[in-house]
Design a protein. Structure first.
Length: 128
């Protein structure tokens, strides 16, 4: 009689879920985020998403992924990173034309991310 040896292979369920649900165009998206979520929020906020909106969402998700170990995301650093990323098109001023609700506050909502502290001042509105 031949002996059969079985190897036990385990996998982290979160890794499996992330790999199967990941959108290849948004590799750093939060696990629970989908394009449909962003489109729904955009409709509710009166935005029609174009390629530069999606590029902003990708840039934000990438920034957050690179800074995931930080307790608090720095508003100024995030602002500067977006300004640099979109510099050829006018930087942060250009992003205000895409996101009238604030290029950081509104685009974070669309990207499924928590905006940095003080990006939205409820008594004033979006400040970033």
């Amino acid at each position: 009689m031949e002996e059969i040896t079985m190897q036990h292979v385990s996998a982290d369920i979160n890794t499996l879920l992330q790999e199967s649900a990941a959108d290849p165009d948004f590799p750093h998206a939060p696990l629970s985020w989908t394009r449909g979520d962003a489109e729904k929020i955009a409709r509710e906020e009166g935005l029609e998403l174009a390629e530069d909106h999606w590029e902003t969402i990708r840039a934000l998700q990438n920034y957050y992924a690179q800074h995931e170990d930080e307790t608090v995301n720095n508003l100024r650093e995030l602002h500067d990173a977006l300004d640099e990323h979109f510099h050829p098109k006018g930087g942060i001023k250009y992003l205000y034309t895409l996101f009238p609700g604030g290029p950081i506050a509104q685009s974070c909502r669309l990207a499924g991310l928590k905006a940095p502290f003080i990006a939205t001042d409820l008594s004033f509105g979006s400040v970033a």
